[in-house]
Design a protein around this ligand. Structure first.
Ligand code: SF4
Length: 411
């Protein structure tokens, strides 16, 4: 509605703004969007992002708008530009799309369709290209990335753990990550990769959504809170310094006080380094949206505030636990202040460093030991540590293996 007014003024000033609505809900709602909001010129779903230039050209030429919510069977990955310019130091690579899990709150299976995994050969070629163009870190992406089952060079399906081990062999690829995962698809091969592949960073985003078995069943998550805790235990047994992040939905239909208490209990048991938490909001066409047991907004808001208080305290404690340690930081960009560089450590926190002595352009894309001096709610600050000499031989300063939460901050 606010953009409608902006668009009217832009038109009055002689410009030709085009308003597009994109994404999963855009695909699900289709023609309903311009029916209710005629100022919208283009509605398109995630399967056809690669056709955006064509939609813009049509919207400029034609009246009546462009609705592109069809579901083409050809894999969209074939249409993505191969890209000739430099890659970001921390790049993304889509390996999987769609989802077969049908969580009752989620629109993705209806809008992005069944799971589709790219073949390993195409993924490896893209990873090599990204590295050749300057990427040092690659995050493998998918709606349910650990359900990956793409065809390997032998024609047989490879799971994600095997793919990660294979990609780790690419020269110059220093770091690997993957997101987003479903607990049920954390197979042994993938958990093992956290121990055996040094390039796989010790940080995992593993959504749990709720700590209550009753709510998890209503969400159709197909695992219990105990199952989740056991996966965390197995991961920590293999990679003791792994830091965890998660997603939470509070106020899901039918969530009782006891259910919410179970979520708080799970959070207390796991101790997260970071998390994303939301009030439940119905997505059109999903089973949970039709549930009669919807909770009142004030109840949801109160629970969310309580959960976020706990999660924020855990995040701050984790960040404080990093102070005094040396972390390897991949510099990604210049900061807002003069001489400032911003990068990421192994645990995904943004790390700010003041390094005016050399031009940022020379530092971006390098992985440098940084001594962490200060912790903030969402970031760290530190200074680079120069390699020293040990017994006449140049040596790197020790890189601390583990970032422990500062427990006193949680008490
Ligand atoms: Fe949606 Fe993730 Fe559940 Fe798939 S696994 S239905 S993408 S929430």
């Amino acid at each position: 509605g606010r953009i409608k007014e902006w668009k009217r003024k832009a038109k009055a000033a002689g410009r030709r703004p085009i308003l597009a609505v994109a994404g999963c809900v855009a695909q699900a709602e289709g023609e309903e969007i311009p029916r209710r909001a005629p100022q919208v010129d283009i509605v398109f779903g995630p399967q056809v992002y690669h056709r955006l230039p064509e939609f813009v050209a049509r919207a400029e030429r034609e009246t009546g708008g462009v609705i592109a919510t069809d579901f083409p069977v050809e894999p969209k990955f074939d249409h993505l530009p191969s890209g000739a310019g430099p890659a970001a130091p921390a790049a993304y690579l889509s390996i999987q799309e769609g989802c077969d899990r049908f969580c009752t709150f989620c629109v993705v299976p209806y809008t992005r369709g069944a799971e589709y995994s790219r073949g390993t050969t195409a993924i490896e070629a893209e990873a090599r290209r990204l590295v050749a163009q300057g990427a040092r870190e690659i995050t493998l992406l998918g709606q349910n990335v650990n359900a990956y089952h793409g065809a390997g060079p032998d024609g047989k399906p490879w799971r994600l753990g095997r793919l990660i081990a294979h990609l780790a062999g690419i020269d110059g690829l220093e770091r690997l990550r993957y997101t987003t995962s479903h607990p049920v698809d954390m197979d042994e091969e993938l958990i093992d990769a956290h121990a055996s592949v040094p390039q796989l960073m010790p940080y995992l985003h593993l959504p749990v959504q709720s700590g209550s078995d009753q709510v998890l069943a209503r969400m159709n998550r197909r695992h219990t809170a105990r199952d989740y805790l056991e996966i965390v235990e197995r991961l920590r047994a293999k990679r003791p310094d792994i830091a965890l992040s998660s997603d939470f939905i509070v106020g899901f239909p039918g969530e009782s006080e006891q259910d919410f208490a179970a979520t708080l209990a799970l959070v207390n048991e796991v101790t997260f380094a970071q998390a994303y938490s939301f009030k439940y909001s119905p997505r059109p066409g999903t089973p949970a949206a039709l549930d009669d047991d919807q909770l009142a907004e004030p109840v949801k808001a109160e629970r969310l505030a309580l959960l976020q208080e706990l999660l924020n305290a855990q995040q701050m404690a984790f960040n404080q636990g990093c102070v005094g340690q040396v972390q390897e930081v991949l510099f990604e960009r210049a900061g807002r202040r003069a001489g400032q560089l911003v990068g990421r450590g192994p645990y995904m926190q943004a790390v700010h460093v003041h390094a005016p002595s050399s031009p940022a352009s020379e530092r971006i894309g390098t992985i440098v030991p940084v001594e962490i001096a200060a912790a903030h709610p969402n970031s760290l600050a530190g200074k680079t540590v120069t390699a020293g000499l040990k017994d006449g031989v140049p040596s790197k300063p020790p890189v601390v293996e583990r970032c422990e939460p500062a427990r006193e901050a949680l008490s």
